[in-house]
Design a protein. Sequence first.
Length: 254
Amino acid sequence: MTGLLEVRHVGIRFGGVRALQDVSFEVEDGMICGLIGPNGAGKTTLFNAISRVYDVSQGSIHFAGLDITALPASRIIGLGIARTLQNVGLFGAMSVTENVLLGAHHRLRPGFVNAIFDKGAVIDPAAIEREARDILQELGLTAVADHLAGGLPFGTLKRIELARALIAQPRLLMLDEPANGLSHGEVDELSEVILRVRRRHGLTVLLVEHHMRMLMRISDRVVVLENGVKIADGPPAEVKADPGVAAAYLGTVA
């Protein structure tokens, strides 16, 4: 394997429950890789293993040639891996810009969070804030930059979380069901946003998504999990044409 991200024979058990078994695939630099499967297939478990929330029981995970299998989760974002969550994890009592700035904490010395509230020194906070506002502008969020995050529409919150991931300056962006809860129009718009930020920021993207039309349209490669086992891996058209995959997961996708 020679990808930016390499998952090698990964297995995870929780007690007697097998969550993943001998899963291997790679994600090449600049690629959008979609990860699909039914509920309980192991998609989020794999995300949590890559971001070091979960330990693996066997196998290894490599990023940019570095074995990250046993690294603490606190090291991952500094290496260039950022992720969003299925359910947005924003602070409603903080402004949109403040929420985004939290994604840059690893780039600054201790005291950054206090500096947001003028309680501590930080390396060029004005430059970091300009960067945050530039990202918000890129994502069409300038109008809400100074609003409290609490009470904003769900689709807007999803974009704010994406902005928070982007300010981390990742090489690998992991998106966990970013279209969950969005309208059809918002899903189409999100597809274009992902393609645009991939191009502008030079990103590699690992995407878990149940919205199959979106995933198949923007992914360069698709990996399919079932009961913790990889059952297919290849270009979207090839995976979509697989009779077993189509019957089990894709239904009547056009």
